[in-house]
Write a protein that binds this ligand. Structure first.
Ligand SMILES: [Zn+2]
Length: 351
């Protein structure tokens, strides 16, 4: 007789999220936060229990929640572990590590990270902080993608600030010259639901690459295929960031005829992103598989707002590997010269 499988960290996250829904007072927040932190635990909680290590070793877990987790691990309430759609298809870091360990060469191909925020918009670190953290990861490049001016709530920057940021990026590149890292000028340009950006195309043309992303009307239940097709046609962008706009336990994301959207992206040779921020994971795994069938380019970005968050890339790398994306379709697997050549080709095509 084989023992019943132990609950995974994702199972425990779901149990914690449910517990938050039936709790009151400060426990609501405590369980909610613990559910989110479960996605980031590097080890399986059940392995800790098996090794007789305290669960309070896990980030964000105090003695009270540790007792609850232990009870679930010892007697898993199976019927409560299936997540509703708003919490479904989120990989945990522990899952990602298992997936990535099956193919060590995959991670080695990664040249850089193509979405991150700094203190120029709503991030906490300077450009140089991000560059140093990227060097520790052995990257060849990173793209600085602060928010654009239309997203005021996230401290979006205008054309003037973007030009000032160019000077800081130039200085960072001088400082980092011997590291082999190149800091690329980019932006996460806010797109309206018609697929139009909020920045002067001339200013965008001076950047190394441009991400476009939707941040409004993200709760509509109607089919949004038209907005995606329009965004992909937008000549100023090369990458469509966090396409669905979903957020764990908060927003389910937009609906569209995805095969059609990805076919259009492939035809235009544009990339769709796997935003690897744990609460986003957008595209999610099922859609990455649909994207593979269309042969569309995939860009990996962490959407980091702190330097340590660059580690989130594991989630996107794992999703791409699990979906069997061909390495030649992954934008961040290109060296810098090839990345620049791709952007250049797209820009020439618009004329
Ligand atoms: Zn965004």
């Amino acid at each position: 007789m084989t023992a019943a499988p132990k609950p995974s960290n994702a199972d425990l996250a779901e149990l914690l999220a449910r517990k938050a829904e039936t709790s009151s007072g400060i426990l609501v927040r405590a369980f909610r936060r613990a559910a989110r932190s479960a996605f980031l635990w590097p080890e399986l909680a059940s392995d800790l229990v098996a090794a007789k290590r305290p669960l309070t070793e896990l980030h964000g877990i105090g003695p009270f929640i540790a007792r609850q987790l232990r009870a679930w691990i010892e007697k898993p309430p199976r019927e409560e572990m299936r997540p509703p759609a708003i919490r479904r298809e989120f990989l945990t870091r522990a899952d990602a590590r298992v997936i990535l360990s099956s193919n060590p060469d995959w991670t080695k191909r990664l040249q850089g990270d193509l979405q991150m925020h700094t203190s120029w918009s709503d991030g906490s670190a300077s450009i140089l902080d991000m560059a140093r953290a990227a060097t520790e990861r052995g990257y060849g490049y990173i793209a600085i993608t602060d928010h654009s001016k239309g997203l005021k709530i996230a401290g979006g920057i205008d054309e003037k600030a973007l030009a000032e940021q160019a000077r800081e990026i130039r200085r960072a590149n001088e400082t980092m010259r011997r590291s082999g890292l190149t800091v690329l000028r980019s932006i996460e340009m806010n797109l309206n639901p018609r697929g139009e950006g909020d920045m002067d195309p001339k200013s965008l043309g001076r950047l190394d690459l441009v991400l476009g992303a939707f941040h409004s009307a993200l709760r509509t239940k109607d089919d949004q295929t038209a907005r995606y097709l329009a965004a992909l046609r937008n000549p100023d962008i090369q990458i469509l960031g966090h396409p669905r706009g979903r957020i764990y336990n908060y927003r389910i994301g937009l609906k569209a005829d995805w095969p059609r959207v990805f076919a259009q992206a492939a035809r235009l040779d544009k990339a769709v992103e796997i935003d690897s921020y744990p609460d986003r994971q957008d595209l999610n795994l099922a859609l990455v598989k649909v994207a593979r069938k269309a042969g569309v380019r995939i860009s990996l970005g962490t959407d980091s707002h702190h330097a340590h968050q660059l580690e989130f890339i594991e989630l996107g790398l794992a999703a791409a590997l699990k979906a069997r994306i061909s390495p030649d379709r992954i934008v961040n697997f290109m060296d810098l010269a090839s990345l620049r050549a791709w952007v250049k080709k797209l820009r020439q095509r618009r004329r």
